[in-house]
Design a protein around this ligand. Structure first.
Ligand code: BGP
Length: 482
């Protein structure tokens, strides 16, 4: 077996707009729902806001130079809708679109392939104010307006497009990912309604790429955690299948087969959470086929049986805000279907995410064998506390261990025939976490700031920076040197 990854393999890393850019309300940009949600997290938990984030807006040239130094072949990032169309629709913000032209040109000049995500959680707040955002079907036509403009603008420079980031995670963590007006709080049906609108938007974006971009390739970026049964008791195995159907299959079937997974839909109908589907919707979804699947893989999950009639109520995923192991606020429960739980066989991060490289090999094998479409990793990484030592270094051995194990798992899957186009771990540089501020770090590049103090956001190469440089230089054969 050849040890090397294919020559054309796209080594890189990922970020998203609101988590790195900053300049949240300057240069013509107006608020996105994430700017508002993160301001609230700052007030409640003391986490940094998105106002400055990693200040990539002002550091992008330096960041691209660092990516080049690491040897990147690709950079996966997202475009902020509210930077391009500050009001969601209407006139374009020239300065905003120019920022992305400059970023893409800078990447191309450095032979780094842009992998562009159209939507990464940051709906323009104007559309929330206008019609409650993704809850309303009206958003679909505004998304089309935005997507058409952006795809058309970059059709000659961007080949790889991902549509909507992590619909499955949006459903789970609805209030973190979407601004939900007070009157809808506690209404679980809107989770699946929002997702249905996103499926329409996803299909439209796929069609637009196929129509406008010569040789363009498009797919969704799914947050994918395989669900294992807690034990080999048949009831637990069945619960894991139910959880897989609702968390994973429900999305894959839309992207690749153009329909909703029956078992999951029947459960949603039974519990009053099913989306309203209008005539023509499913036809549109079928037409918006995907060329590949982008996977964001961090962890696997675990489920056990949850018999009906034991007094349990429907609840969705918990979150660990403290960054102390074991302080997860709860686990999703779908009575009669499944209950999520901790996997006793796996170690976790400080935020209780199970560390499971084999899970990556498992999902690659499983998904590829079922759909036979190329896959790419658009996120994978370890959220950790990093320490900047007195001599200006960051010894993030733990991150290297995590990434090394996942690259090995990916290679094993490839050796068994899985077609993988790219590995873009999370994240190129430190950024604002979706749920834990900036103290939970993921980057190869350290950004010198804290939750309270943005300082100058100076960039510092971590040990993992030099390690990844060698990985790329050696086409994935040298995973050991530092
Ligand atoms: C994914 C998101 C990213 C990201 C990452 C890590 O779900 O697509 O935006 O931040 O998870 O999550 P967190 O920031 O909560 O640690």
């Amino acid at each position: 077996m050849d040890n090397k990854f294919p020559k054309e393999f796209l080594w890189g890393a990922a970020t998203s707009a609101y988590q790195v850019e900053g300049a949240a309300t300057t240069h013509g940009k107006k608020l996105s729902q994430q700017d508002v949600i993160n301001k609230d997290s700052y007030e409640k938990f003391g986490f940094a806001t998105a106002e400055i984030a990693s200040d990539e807006y002002h550091h992008y040239k330096e960041d691209v130079a660092l990516m080049k130094e690491m040897g990147f072949k690709a950079y996966r990032f997202s475009i902020a809708w509210s930077r391009v169309f500050p009001d969601g629709t209407g006139p374009v913000n020239e300065e905003g679109i120019q920022y992305y032209r400059d970023l893409i040109d800078e990447l191309k000049a450095n032979d780094i392939e842009p992998i562009v995500t159209l939507y990464h959680y940051d709906l323009p707040m104007a559309l929330v104010d206008k019609y409650d955002g993704w809850i309303s079907r009206e958003v679909v036509k505004d998304f089309e307006y935005y997507a058409r403009y952006v795809i058309n603008e970059f059709k000659d420079k961007v080949k790889y497009w991902t549509t909507i980031n992590e619909q499955s995670i949006i459903v789970q963590f609805i209030e973190q990912k979407c601004y939900i007006p007070e009157k809808y709080k506690g209404n679980n049906q809107i989770r699946y309604q929002i997702n249905h609108h996103m499926n329409l938007a996803h299909a439209i974006a796929c069609k637009l790429v196929h129509e406008l971009v010569p040789n363009g390739l498009v797919g969704a970026a799914i947050g994918y955690a395989p669900v294992y049964p807690l034990t080999s008791k048949p009831e637990d195995v069945m619960a894991a299948q139910n959880a897989n159907d609702l968390h994973n299959q429900y999305y894959l079937d839309i992207y690749f087969k153009g329909h909703y997974t029956k078992s999951a839909m029947i459960y949603l109908e039974k519990t009053g959470m099913a989306p309203k589907i209008e005539p023509g919707d499913m036809e549109l979804i079928k037409e918006g086929y995907s060329d590949f699947l982008a996977l964001n893989y961090y962890a696997s999950e675990c489920a056990k049986a949850c018999p009906e009639g034991e007094g349990k109520e429907i609840c969705f995923a918990g979150v660990n805000r403290s960054g102390k192991k074991g302080e997860m606020s709860g686990y999703e429960t779908q009575p009669g279907f499944f209950e999520m739980c901790k996997n006793p066989n796996l170690d976790t991060t400080d935020w209780d995410w199970a560390i499971d490289p084999t899970g990556l090999e498992y999902i690659f094998r499983d998904i590829y064998c079922r759909y036979e479409k190329p896959l790419m990793i658009t996120e994978n990484g370890l959220g950790a506390y990093d320490e900047l030592t007195e001599d200006g270094k960051i010894h993030d051995e733990y991150r290297i261990d995590y990434l090394r194990a996942h690259i090995k798992a990916m290679k094993k899957a490839m050796d068994y025939g899985v077609e993988v186009l790219a590995y873009c771990p999370w994240s190129a540089l430190d950024l604002l976490s979706t749920s834990n501020g900036v103290k939970k770090r993921y980057g190869f590049i350290y950004v010198d700031r804290t939750d309270d103090d943005p300082k100058e956001c100076a960039r510092i190469r971590k040990d993992s920076f030099y390690w990844y440089q060698k990985v790329i230089q050696s086409q994935g054969t040298d995973l050991e040197s530092k």
